[in-house]
Design a protein around this ligand. Structure first.
Ligand code: NAD
Length: 364
């Protein structure tokens, strides 16, 4: 039995992490929660019947000595709490994006290695039946050599209206690091993690500043509604991107093209295309193409075991972590994949800011 603790008692801790730990009572006990805002820590502890709550993470780590800590604070505070938890001797499951800085991500993984600890990014969106099914085909070599990938993750009107996702100094970016990162992670994983060479990207905020009207918190990703966090969104404070697009050059001359939006005048879309020299696959349809045939992939063995959970991916990720602790499985989200994704994020924002292609040597 591992002792788990939570840092950051907002939407994702309450709606995803705590329920997912609670689903595995033989593997995890959530011993304490913590939030700078003591009221939120207390409310969360009471809501879930957790004995202890703190407003100081260091005090919680010293007193409770958890084995595994979920870092669920806004993006720009991930690093300080990952460090604190690793140095206290805990493993860490950190919400995405683990870091928007490649340098910081490398330092954090080095610290984890030095301390013999696990540091895992909460990339919870790999676990859909179509993506798992496609990955199995790719690993069997059925698509042949993968040389191109493409993803679109578009919300027509879905800027998060809770928390501070719209403020750069708290979130480090907008749509790209919030919803794009899930697709980028899945794309890199499906393609077998070829290392990034360079990124050329652009970002903009054309809808957010035009009298934006939200389609509601659920359409913005708070799948259980506004139950757990304050609504603090204001158009005047919005200084991140509502739309991002770009092109990522990978080793071996492979490429990923993408677009992602919190708000755009296009239909909602969540699609991934992986192109191989034997076959290509389009998700979520799970259609496979070769020279002449179009066939449907079979995702039967990969059905979602948590169809009633809003955040089923978190349940599956914690299943994987429990299996890892029990010696039954490797960790599915690997450091080298997350480091590659963090490098792409860092390169994307530099490229968008400077209006040019930025290469990995410039940040390495
Ligand atoms: N994997 C997913 O599908 C998914 C979905 C939503 C959010 N997230 C990620 O989870 C993280 C949190 O998002 P959320 O929606 O829960 O946000 P939120 O605003 O609802 O919650 C954040 C909580 O952190 C607390 N906090 C802020 N600064 C802090 C600090 N310095 N120290 C301690 N506590 C602090 C706030 O009081 C708040 O309770 C973000 O990194 C976000 O990207 C992931």
């Amino acid at each position: 039995m591992k002792k788990a603790a939570i840092i950051g008692c907002g939407m994702i801790a309450n709606a995803a992490h705590i329920p997912a730990y609670r689903h595995l009572p033989k593997d995890f006990e959530v011993v304490a929660v913590c939030d700078l805002n003591e009221g939120k820590a207390k409310e969360t502890a009471e809501r879930h019947g957790i004995a202890l709550y703190y407003s100081s993470a260091s005090k919680m780590l010293i007193e409770q000595k958890p084995d595994l800590v979920s870092v669920c604070v806004p993006n720009m505070f991930h690093g300080e709490y990952i460090r604190m938890a690793l140095e206290s001797g805990a493993d860490v499951l950190c919400e995405k994006p683990l870091s928007t800085s490649y340098k910081e991500a490398k330092e954090l993984y080095e610290l984890a290695e030095k301390n013999g600890r696990v540091l895992c990014a909460c990339q919870s969106m790999r676990f859909t039946p179509d993506r798992l099914g496609a990955k199995a085909l790719i690993d069997k070599g059925e698509l042949g050599e993968i040389y191109y990938g493409e993803f679109s993750r578009l919300r027509r009107r879905g800027i998060p209206t809770w928390g501070a996702f719209h403020i750069e100094k708290i979130s480090g970016g907008g749509a790209f690091v919030d919803i794009g990162v899930h697709m980028l992670d899945a794309m890199v994983w499906l393609m077998g993690n070829p290392r990034v060479v360079s990124v050329s990207g652009t970002k903009s905020a054309n809808i957010a500043h035009g009298g934006y009207r939200s389609a509601g918190s659920e359409a913005s990703g708070a799948l259980t509604g506004d139950t757990f966090s304050e609504k603090v969104y204001s158009e005047e404070d919005f200084d991140v991107e509502d739309f991002a697009s770009g092109s990522i050059l990978l080793e071996g001359g492979k490429r990923i093209n993408f677009k992602t939006a919190w708000a755009v005048n296009l239909p909602d879309e969540t699609s991934i295309t992986v192109v191989g020299d034997k076959k290509s696959v389009r998700l979520p349809e799970f259609e496979l193409y070769d020279a002449a045939e179009t066939e449907n992939g079979n995702a039967e063995g990969y059905a979602n075991p948590y169809p009633d959970e809003a955040f089923a991916g978190h349940f599956r990720l914690l299943d994987n972590i429990a299996d890892y602790y029990n010696g039954k499985s490797e960790l599915m989200v690997k450091p080298q994949e997350t480091l590659n994704v963090c490098a792409m994020i860092d390169l994307f924002y530099r490229s968008a800011k400077e209006g040019r292609e930025v290469r990995i040597e410039e940040i390495n």
